[in-house]
Design a protein around this ligand. Structure first.
Ligand SMILES: Cc1cc2nc3c(=O)[nH]c(=O)nc-3n(C[C@H](O)[C@H](O)[C@H](O)COP(=O)(O)OP(=O)(O)OC[C@H]3O[C@@H](n4cnc5c(N)ncnc54)[C@H](O)[C@@H]3O)c2cc1C
Length: 427
């Protein structure tokens, strides 16, 4: 039995769901607010840069099954990320993976943990003593920098699961994530999906088996079912209301969306005349520091003189309302502090810059999800369709070992498509 399906959002989850459904004969219409597909995958081409720049997702965090399957299908290459990890503390450079007092005890406590608590509670309970200061800082830096998590809210069990399953190798996609987006789009179009850009959905009116969606410019689309893949930030916009008006209201679902953590990221890409950092460390990969932009990375093994800076989590949120010009200044101050170089030298070396504040992007309003204490239950609730008609998907609804990634979004898109088709088989 085939049906008509509206999909809101042309990111990884929406495109994957569209590809699966259209391959099996369902009539799919995708409505996307922006003038492009990809959502939080966004490869920028600017003549100011000598290479394409990733303003959103950049790495593939391990040999992730769906991502690698699509890359293989599409014939897109990938390169392992290389380079040393450096930690800069009080102006001194340290190679990472040096011994941190208490790390083994931390792992033991994590292993034996039965009941969930926040990361802050866990650290306070077991690692109060001054000798664990460095350990506390490392855990906080990991939770904030990598997951974008607020340690006062983040689940320590989720952090443990992530550490247990963490892949060591990371990859860059040749030509960027845009190529994955293009591949999915080509497939969807070939399978006769209809795709509408510049179409922000404002209202979803529904009853069982029937949906009417109204857009910002007053157009309306109807279908049997809808899959909504908008990011968590869009759902969490206000305390009692989301950016999209759903009629009749879905208050329980909105409350559940607020039980999942959502980070914010400010990402800056800076191209310089020369890779001046090679004088400090020839094989420089990642830098972790105490500066405003604490995290930086190079493009090794590619020799392009590009540095990417990153602020995540509560710190990124604290810079809401800060202008891109000011953020660029902060980025350069940060590099001046890390390398002990005069600001004027960096300004003279700078060729191109690009800053994206994902927390300020109206169709994202944040970067990616992390687990708080009741996130798992909320997610399971949201994975259930409303009256067999409203389906939800996106990276935040993924259950598995690679949360907050493109893989998570692809898997969620595939899962929701299977669920929708399963519901048709049962009617
Ligand atoms: C800075 C940054 C770095 C990241 N780095 C990595 C990384 O290195 N590796 C990795 O695997 N993952 C990374 N991620 C996470 C990854 O990008 C996301 O998990 C994934 O792309 C999310 O896909 P999605 O389909 O769930 O959501 P999205 O890609 O956000 O797609 C949702 C779509 O809905 C659209 N939309 C929103 N509101 C409306 C509306 N009202 N009407 C119509 N359409 C609407 C949006 O425009 C968007 O296109 C990163 C994310 C960010 C922000």
């Amino acid at each position: 039995m085939s049906s008509t399906v509206l999909i809101i959002g042309a990111g990884a989850a929406g495109l994957m769901a569209a590809r699966e459904l259209s391959a099996r004969g369902h009539a799919v219409t995708i409505l996307e607010a922006r003038n492009r597909a990809g959502g939080r995958m966004h490869t920028i081409h600017s003549t100011a840069f000598t290479v394409p720049v990733e303003s959103g997702a950049e790495f593939v965090h391990g040999k992730l099954p769906l991502t690698f399957q699509l890359l293989a299908e599409a014939g897109i290459g990938h390169t392992p990320v290389e380079g040393r990890m450096i930690e800069v503390r009080k102006g001194r450079w340290h190679r990472q993976n040096q011994f941190i007092e208490g790390w083994d005890t931390l792992m033991e406590h994590l292993q034996s943990l039965q009941q969930d608590m926040t990361v802050r509670e866990f650290l306070d309970r077991h690692f109060q003593e001054p000798r664990y200061e460095e350990l506390r800082r490392s855990v906080q830096r990991f939770a904030e920098g990598y997951d974008g998590a607020d340690i006062n809210k983040a689940s320590v069990l989720a952090l443990r699961n992530e550490w247990e399953k963490e892949e060591t190798e990371q990859y860059h996609i040749t030509g960027g994530y845009e190529r994955l987006t293009d591949y999915l789009i080509t497939q969807c179009v070939r399978q006769r999906c209809s795709l509408h850009f510049n179409t922000p959905v404002q209202r979803i009116s529904w009853q069982q088996g029937r949906v009417e969606v109204t857009t910002g410019d007053e157009r309306s689309f109807t279908a049997d079912k809808v899959i909504i893949t908008v990011p968590l930030g869009v759902w969490q916009q206000a305390h009692d209301k989301s950016n999209i008006d759903v009629v009749p209201a879905i208050d329980q679902q909105l409350a559940a969306f607020r039980q999942i953590g959502f980070s914010a990221v400010i990402k800056v890409s800076l191209e310089f005349k020369q890779p001046f950092w090679q004088e400090y460390e020839k094989e420089l990969g990642f830098i972790f520091s105490e500066e405003i932009f604490p995290t930086w990375w190079t493009q090794l093994p590619h020799p392009v003189p590009l540095l990417t800076g990153w602020i995540n989590g509560p710190q990124a949120i604290s810079f809401a309302q800060t202008s891109p010009e000011k953020m660029l200044q902060y980025a350069l101050y940060s590099l001046a502090g890390i390398f002990g170089l005069p600001l004027v030298f960096l300004e003279q070396q700078l060729v191109a810059s690009h800053i994206t504040d994902w927390g300020a992007d109206p169709f994202s309003l944040g970067a990616y999800s992390y687990d708080m204490l009741s996130s798992k239950a909320a997610r399971q609730f949201l994975q259930q369709p409303v009256a067999g008609t409203l389906f939800f998907a996106g990276e935040a609804l993924y259950e598995g070992a690679h949360p907050g990634t493109v893989e998570a979004a692809l898997a969620s898109g595939a899962a929701v498509a299977a669920k929708l088709m399963g519901s048709l088989a049962n009617t």
